[in-house]
Design a binder for this molecule. Structure first.
Ligand code: NAI
Ligand code: MG
Length: 353
């Protein structure tokens, strides 16, 4: 019989996105070979470099081309000279929205070998997942700049919170909590933001009432940020709006293992469109082209992709290989205090798989 084959689109993007994607493919191909399936990769050049050449991050038929794939593995986009809102609104946000990837899932756990401020904690004290709303909220195009350059200049930036959008992300968090520690914490700020956040809280309470078996709590985003650092053991599933979730996951990544270790999935739960997996970090122009980026975040994003495709054993094998290599500590990139290259760490993890 022919082996199970998944069609994977890969968009390495810019900067270290390119380096880490090569290593993720190496590790995922090793896992596929070990576990009896195949990944067929198709690479796309959608990037800031493409924008500089053609004036667009991706071609007009980009979304329809990608829609035929089982999954998308994305490196990172962004490069000096191209404004960040171009790379974000020209590629990432259109894809997340066109493919209804309304869940941005960001698992956070303490990995061995980290130089984190919380490195002395144990792994079971620091294991949480941030469920970030990925399709609306504060990231909106509504608003405008008025009276530019005049004394009365002002800008308006509006947020969009729909009942459908808020309810489905909160429900996703409760469903996820049922498979974990049965605790959900909602990030809010209803004391300062008086329209959208009280609405968010109201929907949270309505959904929470349907899950009496799950402990539900609300926490203002500022206090929650402190708690991630000081009492991470009190947190498991965190559900947050687009902006709050974005900030919180960089913070959580920084206190656990650094940006080089934090994966992320843009999930379409209904599976009517491809989901997209990427590292939390960006293209890191400061270390681009040096071959020293930590590939772990992208490799763990690849493991999330395998899990989403139903290849759970292979996904576990990749996670285990990462942990083994990091715990040994012989092959470590500079952010982990070592001298290894991106390729050496990727190869060591692929061999461990
Ligand atoms: P960044 O995540 O690229 O870098 C922040 C810092 O972390 C840098 O000092 C960098 O060297 C370090 N770092 C990040 N990933 C690392 C890794 N794998 N190994 C070792 N060190 C690592 O964020 P920054 O500097 O704010 O943004 C740079 C560019 O990336 C911008 O153009 C931004 O728009 C873009 N970006 C793209 C994202 C995406 O494609 N999803 C997400 C975040 C930023
Ligand atoms: Mg971010």
């Amino acid at each position: 019989a022919p082996v199970r084959t998944y069609e994977i689109a890969t968009i390495p993007g810019d900067g270290i996105g390119v380096d880490v994607t090569v290593e993720a493919r190496r590790v995922l191909d090793a896992a596929a070979a070990e576990h009896g399936f195949a990944l067929r990769w198709t690479e796309f050049d959608y990037s800031c470099e493409r924008y500089s050449d053609t004036g667009a991050m991706m071609p007009e038929d980009g979304v329809s081309t990608l829609s035929g794939f089982d999954s998308i593995l994305l490196g990172a986009v962004g490069f000096p000279g191209v404004p960040d809102h171009v790379s974000l609104w020209g590629l990432l946000i259109p894809l997340r929205r066109a493919f209804s990837q309304y869940v941005n899932l960001r698992p956070v756990r303490l990995l061995p070998g980290t130089t984190s401020v919380l490195a002395n904690r144990t792994a079971d004290e620091l294991e949480m997942v941030i469920v970030r709303e990925n399709s609306e909220g504060e990231y909106s195009t509504l608003g405008g700049r008025h009276n530019q350059g005049q004394p009365g200049e002002f800008v308006l930036q509006e947020s969009v919170f729909t009942r459908v959008g808020v309810e489905r992300i909160i429900r996703y968090a409760f469903e996820l909590a049922r498979t974990r520690s049965k605790r959900v914490c909602s990030a809010t700020k209803s004391n300062g933001i008086i329209h959208t956040m009280p609405f968010w809280d109201e929907v949270f309470e309505l959904v929470a009432a349907e899950y009496p078996d799950v402990a539900a709590e609300q926490c203002h985003i500022d206090a929650l940020a402190a708690r991630v650092v000081q009492q991470p053991e009190r947190l498991d599933v965190i559900v947050a709006s687009n902006l709050f979730g974005d900030i919180l996951s960089d913070l959580a990544a920084a206190v656990t293992g650094g940006l080089g270790m934090a994966p992320s999935g843009n999930i379409n739960p209904e599976r009517t469109h491809p989901s997209m997996f990427e590292a939390v970090h960006g293209s890191a122009p400061d270390i681009a082209g040096k071959g020293i980026a930590n590939p772990v975040a992208q490799i763990l994003a690849g493991a999330m992709m395998l899990e989403h495709l139903g290849e759970t054993e292979a996904a576990r094998a990749v996670d285990a290989a990462v942990e083994k290599v990091l715990a040994e500590g012989r092959v470590a990139t500079p952010d982990l205090g070592g001298e290894a290259t991106t390729e050496q760490l990727g190869t060591a993890i692929a061999e461990a798989v």
